[in-house]
Design a protein around this ligand. Sequence first.
Ligand SMILES: Cc1cc2nc3c(=O)[nH]c(=O)nc-3n(C[C@H](O)[C@H](O)[C@H](O)COP(=O)(O)OP(=O)(O)OC[C@H]3O[C@@H](n4cnc5c(N)ncnc54)[C@H](O)[C@@H]3O)c2cc1C
Length: 450
Amino acid sequence: MSNDRTKVLVIGGGFGGLFCARSLGHADVDVTLLDRAACHVFQPLLYQCATGTLSVGQISRSLREELAEHRNVTTLLGEAVDLDAEARRVIARRPDDTTFTLEYDVLVLAAGMRQSYFGHEEFSKWAPGMKTLDDALSIRRRLYAAFEIAETLPAGPERDGWLTFAIAGGGPTGVELAGQIREMATRALANEFHSIEPEDARVLLFDGGQCVLSGFAPGLSAKAAKILERLGVDLHMGVHVTDVRREGITVTPKGGGSDEEYAARTVLWTAGVEAVPFARRVAEVLGATSDHSGRIAVEADLSVPGHREVIVIGDLVGRDDLPGVAENAMQGGLHAAGCIRHDLAGKPRKDFRYRDLGSAAYISRGHALLEVGPVKLAGFLGWLGWGFIHIAFLTGVQNRISTVATWLSSIARARRTDRTFMLGSPASHEQPYTWSACGPVSTERKQLRT
Ligand SMILES: Cc1cc2nc3c(=O)[nH]c(=O)nc-3n(C[C@H](O)[C@H](O)[C@H](O)COP(=O)(O)OP(=O)(O)OC[C@H]3O[C@@H](n4cnc5c(N)ncnc54)[C@H](O)[C@@H]3O)c2cc1C
């Protein structure tokens, strides 16, 4: 590789960044793809990893392995933390907290969004979000451990608290989690316990809107609500979760009225997203406008106004109400690569045109919604369509084959094959059980460390 080739730096190896880097795989440029996790995660199936159907390996792939055949693409582990726009440099942090510098001629910002707690970061201690593999494994630990703890308790309010699962957010992720927890309780765990009846587990789903899955056509979201209720999910619409504690939550009706409290030892948060901190930093350094969630306003070619060399793609794009979906990120990745090729050829860049290929949401076994233009499917046909789409976009042929095999086996039998959860080492600084952070175990941990 010669040093005078155009240096393209892609921040983030999600759908947008991966598609961009892959598409530049044979172009006359040097590409560096930086990701803080070093792997591509198929976020749409995170909830299946969290609830024990799929393994971490089935929904993710090492970026190094994925891009190994492209000799002009270098993949690096690190978190972009700062930008020197004048010198065209990005400062990145290694996991050991040391930093390094990366130069660019073109910067593609594909760092995506993170969970938003709407200014209440303290909720995250009790209510993990659902954006990363760490989140999925944390949720898996909490779900399965809740049933285990309940099994050791006598009948009563404490046990009921452990068998109550509260989910904030009635979008696709909240709905998927709610459905999966009820399915776990009524199928996979149904006959395994002696003291508790797992099917007694209560799943409460809270949302500020009037219906779940409000992004879908009204008829479809009404069907989704019926399916959830049939599964045993309690829907609480028109309310905001306004407090999250160790033992439960408080919800406030949107239209006024008194607060209500619910005892729940497992709370999951899927209610909102916001730009990752580096994206906010980029907007600040470049003087770019961003919306309340941190999406960056861009030109029609997705470049930052006044900075043709910085292209924003995927969830971070703040233009034309583009949806935060994988398809938008993939198309953005291909578009950014196209812009770079046009620049090299001295041709004008094209405007980004998003082609809406529809949306799908899983509800429960045999039930999913699929909306593609005028085609609106719910139930079994929607479920088949959902399955085909997800397999088609899963990264890696091996992952596709093993996921189909796992799904077929979980349809035939109630089992979930990836239920193992980690407790962490008592001597480590991590606190895998947030509920023990203020209890006696943390004292024990402190003693072990000293
Ligand atoms: C649980 C869940 C379910 C979903 N289901 C669906 C679905 O069914 N259908 C659908 O179309 N969409 C779905 N989505 C949305 C879809 O996954 C996103 O729209 C898509 O991933 C956005 O792609 P992206 O490339 O913009 O960002 P991401 O895919 O989020 O990738 C961002 C990457 O940047 C990395 N990164 C972040 N900050 C830094 C930094 N500072 N330095 C280096 N690297 C960084 C991250 O590690 C990550 O790899 C779902 C999302 C979630 C969370």
